[in-house]
Design a protein around this ligand. Structure first.
Ligand code: PRP
Length: 186
């Protein structure tokens, strides 16, 4: 039994993701090369993307990690965000690049952008691997997007279902039998 057996469709295969991440790294290198940015990643889903993205950036960068969770039950963001792990260093005067795996309703990032802005960075930019515009509730100024995807529940390349499947090297959709019914929202 392999985790691959639970995948119904591969939406973005390994090489497609890798080549897009390399291109994003090159874009960020061109745009931030002399500016010593700090990449702020939001755990846990962004971990795989961050790891590949920084290796595609041929310039000095720092990283910092946050972990947040939405208040309330269910799989949908509520917009009320609790910070489980805060930044470990100051960002005042720094060029911040927020690294996200997926932007769905946008409510998590909407909160986080205000939180980070209050700390007085020189600028805040957003790079996200997957943009799911169909479900957006808060407008988010995404500077760099890997892929715009349809409104399907996706796993892999960092994204989970019930904490599993983050280690799939591609982005895919699970078989309905895995959920035992309708796929989760989000
Ligand atoms: C995902 C993702 C974003 C958020 C996006 O995290 O990493 O932080 O959801 O959703 P939104 O745009 O609707 O607010 P998730 O809560 O699944 O946690 P995880 O990264 O630890 O898996």
């Amino acid at each position: 039994m392999s985790i691959h057996d639970d995948v119904e469709v591969v939406l973005l295969d390994t090489e497609t993701v890798a080549s897009r991440v390399r291109a994003l790294g090159a874009e960020l290198t061109a745009d931030f090369g002399e500016r010593d940015p700090v990449l702020v990643s939001v755990l846990k889903g962004s971990l795989v993307f961050l790891a590949d993205l920084i290796r595609a950036m041929e310039m000095p960068v720092s990283i910092d990690l946050m972990e947040v969770s939405s208040y309330g039950a269910g799989t949908e963001s509520s917009g009320q965000v609790r910070i489980l792990k805060d930044l470990s260093g100051p960002i005042e005067g720094r060029h911040v690049v927020v690294v996200e795996d997926i932007i769905d309703t946008g409510l998590t990032l909407n909160y986080l952008l205000k939180y980070l802005a209050d700390k007085g960075p020189a600028s805040i930019s957003i790079v996200c691997l997957l943009d799911k515009p169909a479900r957006r509730l808060a407008e988010i100024p995404i500077g760099y997007t890997g892929f715009s995807i349809p409104d399907r529940f996706v796993v892999g390349y960092g994204l989970d279902y019930d904490e599993r499947y983050r280690n799939l090297p591609y982005v895919g959709v699970l078989k309905p039998s895995v959920y035992g019914g309708a796929p989760p929202e989000g």
